[in-house]
Design a protein around this ligand. Structure first.
Ligand code: GLU
Ligand code: MG
Length: 440
């Protein structure tokens, strides 16, 4: 049976995204959807222990137990099929127990808990994830940012934009980026949970459209020694429960309100541990190097693309309210990360900054790599972990951040990362790039 456009109907999937940023789930015939929407589909606890390479690592559940993937009806994604391809149709789902209660180790639940903690303070966060990726089978890449680069992939970029639009992701731009073969997709900011949902779907929709075009794509942070880097930049702003913008104050450093300064200072203070969740692969640390417009140092900068926390610019051309534009950009993240864990942990760190009334460090408004070590203290600056083992060690020491995460989630996450380190132990940088590029 085909629809009017000649497409086969296809399956509908209930999916979750796990700790290693892979979307997994189960599909069913459309006829079953109505009955399954309220009761979910079966899921297995140990699935969350999968590492990127498909091995189930040691986890607290082993072969025992059953769970459900419970679809969020507001997180349905539908992209029409084309040329004989069935539609991409799925519901992002929560992992719940058999009686429907949140499962303690569900990453989406973790983000919801941090959103609830903010809500108790009368606050909400609006966020947006910018994704960079590479279409790896372009033979002779046109110059960076060029119209030629955009036009040479006009069909692909247009289809990606249209699919994101149909999926309700509100794309803003699909642009040719700096590195050869690199593109970037940005979408409109949304409430924290929706923003994380959109981050999952940007990756899946881009992969889907590339698959349909028979093209090769990767979001992995570094694809080869001589390649550029793919980042995920997470933009955040604070709002009151009734929708008043709370991030901006023109009289203060960087134009950040006292509240936003404390929140940002909290993220800054937890940066070394946060990288374990936001730049979570062995390959991630081939990206986070000095002088690469990524983030090799823990510091805050005003419109500084080498700072891990960049105060984003305000467009003053058209009289738009600066208070509604002001936002902070977190840069040491990549698409190996679960958007739920990454954003959840950023909120947890920000909340800690509010609780402890942390002071924003002096802003770094030069290339941080040029600042002599003797001046680090002045800027509250440190070198971010240089590899995954160092990031995991920092995560191991951060009791404040760990207290916000379920101990089983932490244990399982740590075993996964140990297995990743072990799998990559004897490989050179190039082989590590290749292994992650195959998955992401
Ligand atoms: N490609 C850089 C990264 O890996 C970011 C460049 C930019 O500022 O857009 O984060
Ligand atoms: Mg970019």
């Amino acid at each position: 049976m085909t629809d009017q456009r000649g497409n086969i109907p296809g399956l509908v999937h209930f999916v979750c995204q796990d700790y290693v940023g892979i979307t997994r789930g189960r599909g069913m015939a459309r006829e079953r959807l109505a009955s399954q929407l309220s009761k979910g589909v079966g899921w297995v606890p140990a699935n969350i222990g999968l590492n990127p390479f498909g091995e189930i690592t040691d986890n607290p559940w082993g072969p025992v137990g059953d769970l459900l993937l419970m679809p969020d009806r507001d997180a349905e994604v539908f992209v029409s099929g084309a040329d004989g391809t069935s539609p991409l149709h799925y519901f992002l789902s929560d992992i719940v127990t058999l009686d429907g209660a949140p499962w303690e180790a569900c990453p989406r639940h973790y983000l919801k808990q941090q959103i609830a903690a903010l809500d108790r303070l009368g606050l909400r966060v609006v966020a947006s994830f910018e994704h960079e990726f590479m279409v790896t089978d372009i033979e002779n890449p046109p110059p960076p940012f060029s119209l030629a680069a955009a036009r040479s992939e006009e069909r692909l970029c247009t289809d990606i934009h249209e699919a994101l639009d149909e999926a309700g992701i509100e794309p803003e731009m699909c642009l040719a980026e700096y590195a050869p073969r690199q593109f970037e997709v940005t979408c409109r900011p949304a409430d924290a949970l929706r923003a994380a949902d959109r981050a999952v779907s940007v990756r899946e929709v881009v992969r889907e459209i590339c698959r349909r075009h028979g093209r090769q794509v990767s979001f992995s942070p570094k694809l080869a020694n001589n390649a550029g880097t793919n980042g995920v930049h997470i933009h955040l702003s604070l709002w009151s429960a009734d929708g008043q913008p709370l991030t901006y104050d023109s009289r203060r450093p960087g134009g950040l309100s006292e509240l936003a300064s404390q929140f940002t200072a909290g993220i800054h203070a937890h940066l070394p541990a946060l990288t374990a969740l936001t730049a979570p692969g062995v390959v991630s640390y081939q990206r986070l190097r000095p002088h690469s417009w990524t983030a090799a140092y823990a510091c805050v900068g005003d419109r500084n693309r080498e700072a891990s926390l960049r105060i984003a610019p305000i467009n003053a051309t058209n009289g738009a309210d600066p208070a509604r534009q002001a936002n902070i950009e977190y840069r040491p993240a990549d698409a190996l990360a679960s958007p739920y864990l990454a954003l959840g942990a950023l909120l947890a760190a920000g909340i800690d900054g509010l609780r402890t009334r942390r002071t924003l460090p002096a802003l770094v408004n030069v290339e941080p790599g040029t600042i002599p070590e003797a001046e680090y203290e002045r800027y509250g600056m440190s070198v971010l972990p240089g590899d995954l083992a160092a990031a995991m060690a920092a995560f191991g020491r951060d009791d404040v951040l760990r207290a916000t995460l379920d101990p089983r989630l932490i244990g399982c996450y740590e075993r996964i990362k140990e297995s990743e380190l072990h799998a990559m132990a004897d490989k050179d940088d190039q082989a590590i790039c290749r292994d992650y590029a195959r998955i992401y």
